[in-house]
Write a protein that binds this ligand. Structure first.
Ligand SMILES: [Zn+2]
Length: 154
């Protein structure tokens, strides 16, 4: 590498910095019944969090746990059950993906569609899956030990 190339290469290195994302989206929610936790949801939530003591999928804590719908409850009428099931079978969050592979799931409350997350990683500002972008969410999950991908939103 010549000195000129070295100088050009050096200019391509961008110092570590914080990139603030401000995103506005307008989600179109199909008509739905008044939301309430179904018997299926409550039973599957209990199975994952209480019976099997599955920790937060993102951070591993066993505190303040909730059951997240990967394919949103309110969006379920917009989903193709076969397409959603194919994805859930591949992602297999808590070992129930095989159920989605065997037959298309029949609703958002199916256990293969639920993922245990702590309150922070579920709904937390700048951290929760409902409040961060997909690329940042996945970068956090695969980050090297000790590496912070996001910081508290100021
Ligand atoms: Zn967590």
């Amino acid at each position: 590498m010549t000195l000129t190339n070295l100088a050009q290469h050096a200019k391509r290195i961008i110092a570590k910095h914080v990139l603030r994302h401000t995103i506005t989206e307008e989600e179109i929610i199909p008509e739905h019944d008044l939301r309430k936790a179904s018997e299926e949801y409550l039973a599957n939530r209990k199975k994952l969090i209480i019976d099997e003591q599955i920790p937060c999928w993102m951070c591993g804590t066993k505190e303040n746990l909730e059951a997240h719908h990967w394919f949103e409850w309110a969006e379920w009428k917009n989903e193709d059950p076969k397409a959603a099931s194919d994805i859930l079978a591949r992602l297999n969050f808590h070992g129930y993906g095989h159920l989605a592979a065997e037959a298309p799931i029949d609703g958002a409350d199916h256990i293969a569609n639920l993922c245990v997350l702590c309150v922070r990683d579920h709904r937390g500002k700048g951290f929760g899956i409902h409040n961060t972008t997909g690329p940042v969410w996945w970068a956090r999950k695969a980050a090297q030990a000790g590496v912070a991908v996001v910081q508290e939103v100021k």
